[in-house]
Design a protein around this ligand. Structure first.
Ligand code: AMP
Length: 217
């Protein structure tokens, strides 16, 4: 299967689409946000360095991102889905160099397009299992956790991510528009194939479109 780079504003569904690819097509999930959260959990040197920056919704330095990314990419097999990277044009350039260095096949780009209001509703309702990472949403039918705010798999009490609040969302959305959105054109100009999916609709329709794209490739 073709490698995929997902580009989208915060909470547009990069994690959900990645999960779909991992569970149904055996992709490896390359998510810099998760890798950073793991560093924080371990209380490592990198973890201590990035904790504050992340809780404010700001970008972690490109150097730190590529240290953890190269480490991860040196140890994965199969098709890859990039979630949360590249976040800016410099990271896109660095990633292309890393593809060459590690002999990684050129991915296609899937741009998830969504309204800002819907994103905010998602952010405010998002709940996460601290044990398995499964995501729920109290604002959407069909995404509710067990009664008492518990994970359906682990029965753990769910948590709210530090950066899931209105103020941080606005910061992150603006950072997306200023830094990440231009990556789409940059990659297009570098010869990457770019697809856009409107993700204001129900998930099964989104998944169908994703499947069509990866089967076409
Ligand atoms: P995410 O889980 O993708 O929403 O990322 C959560 C936070 O991790 C972001 O708000 C940034 O602080 C940081 N982060 C994740 N990926 C990157 C990246 N590629 N470049 C810079 N910061 C990142």
């Amino acid at each position: 299967m073709i490698n995929v780079i997902l580009i989208a504003p915060p909470s547009a569904g990069k994690g959900t689409v990645s999960e779909y690819l991992v569970n149904n097509f055996d992709y490896s999930h390359i998510c810099t946000g998760n890798l950073l959260r793991e560093e924080i959990k371990k209380n490592s040197k990198i973890g201590k360095e990035v904790k504050d920056v992340m809780s404010k919704g700001l970008f972690v330095s490109d150097e730190v991102i590529f240290t953890i990314l190269e480490d991860k990419l040196s140890n994965v097999k199969g098709s890859l889905v990039f979630d949360g990277n590249p976040r800016n044009v410099t990271q896109a350039e660095m990633l292309i160099q890393l593809f060459d260095k590690l002999n990684i096949n050129k991915p296609c780009v899937i741009n998830l397009d969504i309204d800002k209001e819907l994103l905010l509703k998602r952010i405010i309702g998002r709940r996460i299992c601290p044990n398995c990472g499964r995501t729920y949403n109290i604002n959407f039918e069909g995404m509710h956790p067990l009664e008492g705010n518990l994970c359906k798999d682990c029965k753990e009490p769910l948590i709210i991510r530090d950066d899931d609040n209105v103020e941080t969302f606005n910061e992150r959305y603006q950072a997306y528009m200023d830094n990440t959105y231009p990556v789409i054109d940059y990659l297009k100009n570098q010869g990457f194939k770019v697809y856009t999916i409107d993700v204001n609709k129900e998930l099964p329709k989104v998944f169908n479109e994703v499947e069509e794209i990866i089967s076409e490739e």
